[in-house]
Write a protein that binds this ligand. Sequence first.
Ligand SMILES: [Fe+2]
Length: 383
Amino acid sequence: MGSFIIPRKTFHGIGSIENLKEVKGKKAIIVTGNGSMKKAGYLDKAIDILKVVGINSAVFEGVEPDPSIETVMRGVKAFNKEQPDVIIGLGGCSAIDAAKAMWVFYEYPDTKFEDIIPPFKIRPLRNKARFIAIPSTSGTGTEVTCVAVITDRNKGVKYPIVSYEICPDIAIVDGDLCKTMPPNVTANTGIDALSHDCEAFVSTLASNYTDALAAESVKIIFQNLPKAYNDGNDMKARQAMHNASCLAGMSFTNAVLGIIHSMAHQLGGMFGVPHGRANALLMPNVIRYNSKSTDKYRCLARIVEKKTAEEFAQEVEKLRKNVGIEDSLREYGIEENIWQEKLDAITQNAMNDPCTGTNPRKPTLNDIKKIYECCYYGNFVDF
Ligand SMILES: [Fe+2]
């Protein structure tokens, strides 16, 4: 038995932001970040399109990277004042994730943040508003997922809020918005999407539905990520990467992830390694490790005209190099004494991460530590 849940409508293609005119409602609130959507003219464009169909818009600006509980609560105040029946997350995944969380507290004012930390605890939404996501980065796939990552700054903890209730109603995947992404962000987010594919494809919850999406997404990323990285104005490559990230999102929101993410979350939390870059540095060795328990990587290898899991891992290494990513955590710049000091703590935390449960090979604590060590020094995992 299984299920497959995605937004009811996904619009895609250059210029697809125009599909905002299909939205029905009276009042919209647009949640966005620190000004890049405004500067590039997309905020005004969205407001203008909505006005044509009789929807007035309010704007909540200034969502920071890794949005905090405080930012979410400030947004809820604005929601309560404006009483929107349409919520639009416009921008990077932070803006969209924050908007998802604001939506929950707008619909249920008596809910506390602690109440929604356990997975699948959010009560039915859509009594007050519907949700539209318009992403400007091609990585997390948040426009189609049931996840929103919110940070408790006092505790220094990132909470993934998980519920199919917060899966958007409409996703607009317009590659034009990605022109604002600099090359290193294009590389990191693109590899994040690839890691979603590689984890969803071998997850213990993978299905025919999620496999088809992940496999197509892998093909698109190998063909287009170097192009989008080398020429940010290559709109064909930009749209292709935006589509691939969305397909990867549809896949992993249903199949869940594995220990690339369990381990990457710790590198982000402890050393500030950007999420996609952490995935890039871990992925080839996790593929080697998992390949002892699953032969599914051979299907992914065929997509890049190779045969074995090892050859596929090497193709990921080549792709990573082509988009300016180093070969080891040491080269990335984590100092060896600090690394050794923190290694046991991040190993334990990775083991406890919720993504570990759906990894195809059940790791021991020592396995995780050894994989971390190999990724730090740039060695191959062979156990
Ligand atoms: Fe990710």
